[in-house]
Ligand binder design. Structure first.
Ligand code: 6GU
Length: 229
């Protein structure tokens, strides 16, 4: 019933972050989801609380230690599906988001430095997920984004506003444009902008057809890759 997320991070104070606000914040208060952010540093074994070390083979930066992360992982009562946030990962898609909401527990590892020891990822069967082709300084903001995409889909979170059949990606297309009053709208330069006539016609079937055409044209123009599957 409650969708639970464990976070393994060096910056537990970054959670719930923006997820404590608005829709996801209310869902957290209602118990639709819960989280526990563990500070990996609390599992360090030396006096200096070391969590990283130099890479074998040389090179820049530090690597997060497998032994310390494993201690954090084994302290959890339930691990569920394990995910490592990484720009090397499989790109996050709406399909993957839906899959993740169907798990009762996720454990998300957020890396800093150059990355984490590969042996930890393999020994504990982490799936690597990326949120896009750019590099963040750490996995925490990526985890927040992935969780946001999941939380809005949980039962009871969106209520009436949730029309998953019409939003971007649900039908494999980008969403059609939206308009509201006033009509016309006169901008600060005195230019009048009117709403497309068809949307005011009351012909629901024609409106649905127009919206589909708009979605298809926009997808062809901006994201032709979405049509090639
Ligand atoms: Cl998931 N993590 C990090 N650190 N950088 C990223 C990313 C994830 N996705 C894109 N860039």
């Amino acid at each position: 019933m409650t969708w639970h997320v464990n976070l393994l991070t060096l910056f537990p104070e970054m959670f719930p972050g923006s997820l404590g606000q608005s829709l996801s914040g209310r869902a957290l208060e209602k118990g639709a989801w819960s989280y526990k952010a563990l500070n990996i540093r609390d599992f360090a074994t030396d006096n200096h609380k070391t969590v990283d070390d130099t890479p074998f083979g040389g090179g820049a930066g530090m690597v997060m230690r497998a032994d310390i992360i494993e201690k954090a992982l084994l302290s959890l009562p339930k691990q569920g599906k394990k995910i490592y946030m990484s720009p090397r990962g499989k790109p996050l898609t709406q399909k993957k988001v839906i899959e993740l909401t169907q798990q009762d527990t996720l454990t998300i590892l957020c890396g800093r430095y150059e990355g984490v020891d590969q042996r930890l990822l393999e020994a504990h069967d982490f799936e690597e997920v990326s949120i896009g082709d750019y590099v963040l300084s750490g996995g925490e903001p990526a985890a927040l984004i992935m969780m946001d995409a999941c939380i809005r889909l949980l039962d009871g979170v969106m209520g009436n506003a949730h029309t998953p059949d019409e939003e971007s990606f649900s039908n494999g297309l980008l969403e059609y444009p939206h308009y509201t009053k006033p009509d016309p709208w006169v901008d600060a330069q005195g230019q009048a902008h009117s709403v497309p006539e068809i949307l005011k016609s009351g012909h629901h079937k024609n409106i649905a057809q127009w919206r589909l055409e708009q979605s298809e044209a926009l997808t062809q123009k901006r994201r032709p890759d979405l049509l090639k599957k």
